[in-house]
Design a protein around this ligand. Sequence first.
Ligand SMILES: Nc1ncnc2c1ncn2[C@@H]1O[C@H](COP(=O)(O)OP(=O)(O)OP(=O)(O)O)[C@@H](O)[C@H]1O
Length: 261
Amino acid sequence: MSDYGSGRDAAAQPALRLSGLSKSFGKPAVDRLDLTVQAGEFYALLGPNGAGKTTTLRMVAGLLPADSGEIGIFGVDARRQPIEAKRITAWLPDEPMLYDKLDPLEYLEFVAGLWGVPPEVAQERAVELLHVLGLWEQRFERCEGFSRGMKQKVALAGALIHNPKLLMLDEPLTGLDAAVARQVKDLLVERVRAGAAIVLTTHILEVAERLADRIGIIHHGRLIAEGTLGELRSIAGERHSTLEDVFLELTRPDAVATEAA
Ligand SMILES: Nc1ncnc2c1ncn2[C@@H]1O[C@H](COP(=O)(O)OP(=O)(O)OP(=O)(O)O)[C@@H](O)[C@H]1O
């Protein structure tokens, strides 16, 4: 059974449904974006620099007000019920901020407190996350002395401490060495298997190719293609065999928008 099921209504709803989501900073950054991700699905959101990925994730996480459109998270209207939506959503920014004077255990205790997680539950989850992410030995060391990858793992643990059902992860694997990246990937796959949904942005196309159930390509704030790797290959044309080929074909400046646009 799913670890995340909380009644029939939540189970029947997509984990994330964006409809006509828009945000402009003078010019459109996200432009009438429609996107649906199901529970138990690993979704990779790809796009060139400045395509609108981070802006999209920040709106879903409730950190940036949308200009228009709808954001549904397991049936919760995130624009009208932001607190309820945040309770079930994790947000990992591309450059996470930690409280450097805290050690990982203290940090997780602090974050769990913000979410109102009961201390005994928080303690159990913190122990598990620190073990899974290979941070147990460093649990009493201040984060200020940590490498970037270690800080990234502490931030990820913090993002997961309230057992969110939807994980919005902005470049979670960038800059991690192979061993650390493997730990993080394994943890994410395990969460998806347990019924959570993940939306992950990455410029590492191999990550999307290997992990994602579906891939969306965003360009100029619009979803220009979406599907499994096989489906994207047929959209781009059969001669494009790798995701890199497909991505470069679909996002080249003179490419014609596809059916997903
Ligand atoms: N706070 C802001 N103020 C003004 N413009 C912004 C702001 N945030 C994003 N933008 C603009 O919105 C567009 C989309 O940016 P966004 O950060 O969402 O892209 P991205 O796909 O995440 O890019 P990258 O892959 O480089 O991280 C860009 O043109 C960017 O300059």
